[in-house]
Every structure is written in C-alpha cells, then in structure tokens.
Design a protein around this ligand. Structure first.
Ligand SMILES: Nc1nc2c(c(=O)[nH]1)N[C@H]1C(S)=C(S)[C@@H](COP(=O)(O)O)O[C@H]1N2
Ligand SMILES: [Mo]
Length: 412
C-alpha cells in the first residue's frame, strides 16, 4: 500500500498548525540563547567546583582532555557560591524544558524536509541539527533523571552529562551564529513573511492565538519554576518544590532537621565504629601520624561557622551553625603550622561514590572550614555525619565528607 505523498511528514501540507511561523520560533530561540548560555556556564562551574584536577577521587570525568582547560581553583567566597550557581543551573534547566520542547515543536517540519541534502553545506547543516536536537534531549534528559531518580544510568551520570553538554553546546553555538541575525530580523520586521517554510500552506483553523500559545509555554515554565525553586530554601518554601524530590528521607525537626542526602544506614555505617571508644580520627602529615578520639577533638579550640549544604542535585539548605575544629588547626598538628596543604579525606564508608574527597589548600586554610562535631548546638546526628564531618564554605555538598575517619595532609 502506498501512502499518498501529502500524508508523509516531508510533505509541505502535512504540518498544519497555524501557530508555526518564523516569529514564534525566533522568540523561543532567543530565550534559549540566553538561557542555555547561562545553563552551560553554570554547568562548567559545577564541574570546576569539584576540584577535579586535584585528585582522581574528585574527578568523575578523568578523560576530559582539553575540555578541562578552563578549570581553576574554586574559591571559598562568597560562602553561598555553589548554592547559587548550582541552584540556578538546576532550576533554570527545569524552567527551560517547556521552552525547549516548544522550540523543537515549532521547527519540527524542517527536520523532515526532502531531499535530505541539497548540497554539501546543506548536508553539514542537517548533521549539525541532529547533534543539536539529540544533544539537547540527551543533556536535558540525563540532568532531569539524575535529580529525580539518582543513579539510573549505565555508568556514571557525570561523563554522560558533561560530554553531552559539550556536543550540544558546540552545535548550539554553530546554530546561533547562523540563526541569531535571522531571528532578530524576524522579530524586528513589522509583518511576518508569508512564504516562510515554517508557515503551513494549508493551515488548520486556529484553536488558540500565537499570543495564547506563548502564554502556555511561559506558563509551563513558570509552573516548572514554582514547583522546583523552593528546594533552595528552608521552611514552607521547600514544601512548594513538589516536582523536586531529592531522594533523601524527611529530615524532621530540631537541630539536625535539615536535608539529609545519604543516611548512615544507607552508607553502611556501623554504629559500633562511631562509638566514643572505637572511633579515632587518623591524621597524617609531614611529622607522621596522630590519632585523636572525639574527646581530644572537643578539647581543642572550637570554632563556629554558618554555612549551607548545597548539593549538585540543586537543593540546598540555608546556613546551619556548625561547630568544631578548624581544618588548618588539624594540619598544624601534623607539621603544617604556617601554610596548610591540600588534604585527602576518607570516611568510614566502604562503598559508594562520595566516601572520600580532596580539598585544596585554599579550602583548608579558610578559618570557616571545619571538621564539625556539632550543628545548631547539638552533636551531629548519625545521618549528618557523626562523629565528625567536613564543612567548607562555597564547596559542593559532595566535598563535605561525613563520618570522617582519616585525613592525609600534603602528598599522599
Ligand atoms: N561519607 C560520605 N559523605 C558524604 C556523602 C556520602 O555519600 N558519603 N554525600 C555527600 C553529598 S553528595 C552531600 S550533598 C552532603 C549532604 O550532607 P547532609 O546529608 O548532611 O545534608 O554530604 C556529602 N558527604
Ligand atoms: Mo550532593
């Protein structure tokens, strides 16, 4: 049986929505130009914030090659830096989903035009469109799945999202260079061109105006924003983030009543190992190894710092009031009195991606960087890292290692 040519998606009359047209597409395209640029930049910042060049355990994308040429030492100021950059990254990504889908919908007839290539240049352009559309769907898809479902990927989320983003953004830049002048012209023109290939030659009667369609897209984005942004805040605002489960259990109330990423139980922490008698912090440095019980740590000078936890998944807490021993004071105990070096931190946890991490010298030196023993006036709960955890200003949550067992200062 043969399908009549007009019933194939490649036929000019197949796509009949009267909403499609160059102005609609141009407007969505310019919104994406701004939004995706911010998204890509905050994504690159997030990778840098892990300090991937410092130690292999921090680096989830070790084969990055020149794609890591921009990396820099992540600062400790302002202390809410990662909370901001990653909150923007995840919330903006979710907010752009309706715009991206509308943009793809608006140009879908072009994906089917025949012949597939009129010239070499045209062929190259269409291949770049495949990378653009495929890269967009892949990068957004991996991002959304990671925050919604944790670890559903074959292999690690990080390299998939990282390389996907580079392919996507490279294709996006090429696309933008070609199309931004056209888009600006379309929006400036008093009247829409009638013979544009996006305009259906046989339009169906409209069921909603162009303006109405833009409201639907904008409303969708607003809805995504309103149902996700709250997880960067505490109290009733967090409850509004109904579309953003972060996987953790309900944190409850009281001093430890803020988000928990992985519970002690999930991490396989045996309460017998964290008891007063059993637990020792093992510090290694220039002058050898020192073992300290929790009592000895409490006997050292105690300091406070008001710092948030900010996870790569986009959620964060407001500042919590941490109290404990300065990392630089611990460095001094093993021979680094003046300028503390990098430190490699290991936890009691035996399996799992984030059981150890490395901090850079600037992070160790900051007076707000603590090995915290208590939070908000009470000893750490098991789930927040009892007997002791790292807390560093501006760092991603992942570097705030819980259930710390061993710290190695300097070269390991
Ligand atoms: N040992 C250990 N420490 C860890 C983790 C972990 O899985 N194991 N998760 C990290 C991540 S990803 C985050 S966001 C924070 C969360 O800290 P919280 O559960 O106290 O909020 O802990 C970090 N510390
Ligand atoms: Mo995290």
């Amino acid at each position: 049986m043969r399908v009549p040519a007009s019933r194939l998606p490649s036929a000019p009359g197949f796509w009949r929505s009267p909403l499609r047209g160059p102005r609609f597409t141009s407007l969505l395209g310019l919104v994406l130009l701004v939004g995706l640029t911010v998204l890509f930049a905050t994504g690159l910042l997030s990778y840098a914030a892990y300090n991937p060049g410092l130690d292999p355990v921090n680096d989830k994308t070790p084969d990055r090659g020149i794609l890591g040429c921009y990396l820099f030492a992540w600062p400790t100021d302002p202390h809410w830096l990662y909370r901001l950059t990653q909150g923007v990254h995840v919330t903006l990504g979710l907010t752009l989903v309706p715009v991206l889908l509308a943009k793809l919908w608006s140009v879908v007839p072009r994906l089917f035009t025949l012949p597939p290539a009129r010239s070499l240049a045209h062929a190259l352009e269409r291949v770049s469109l495949l990378l653009l559309v495929g890269g967009a769907l892949f990068t957004f898809g991996t991002g959304v799945l990671n925050i919604q479902l944790d670890y559903v990927f074959p292999g690690s989320f990080y390299p998939l999202h990282f390389y996907g983003a580079w392919v996507f953004f490279a294709a996006f830049v090429a696309h933008a260079v070609l199309k931004v002048p056209v888009a600006l012209r379309n929006l400036r023109a008093l009247r829409e061109e009638r013979d544009d290939d996006l305009i259906s030659p046989r339009p169906d009667p409209p069921t909603v105006s162009r303006r109405g369609a833009l409201w639907v897209v904008g409303g969708g984005s607003l809805l995504m924003f309103a149902t996700n942004a709250g997880r960067s805040f505490d109290g009733p605002l967090r409850e509004t983030a109904v579309l953003s489960p972060h996987g953790g259990p309900e944190p409850g109330h009281g001093p430890g009543g803020f988000q928990i990423n992985k519970t002690a139980r999930y991490a396989g922490i045996d309460p017998a190992e964290t008891s007063e008698d059993a637990w020792r912090l093992v510090l290694t440095g220039r002058t050898g190894t020192v073992r300290l019980g929790r009592g000895r740590l409490l006997g050292m000078e105690q300091h406070s710092a008001a710092l948030p936890i900010a996870c790569v998944e986009g959620w964060s807490t407001s500042d919590q009031w941490w109290r404990g021993v300065r990392l630089r004071d611990l460095a001094a105990l093993v021979g680094f009195e003046d300028d503390p070096p990098d430190v490699f931190v290991e936890s009691l946890q035996r399996r799992g991606a984030f059981r150890s991490g490395a901090l850079r010298a600037n992070q160790v030196a900051d007076p707000r960087s603590l090995l915290a023993l208590s939070v908000n006036g009470e000893a750490l709960s098991a789930d927040h890292g009892h007997p002791a955890r790292i807390i560093v200003p501006a760092a991603p949550g992942v570097l705030n290692t819980k259930w710390v067992a061993r710290m190695t200062f300097g070269d390991r």
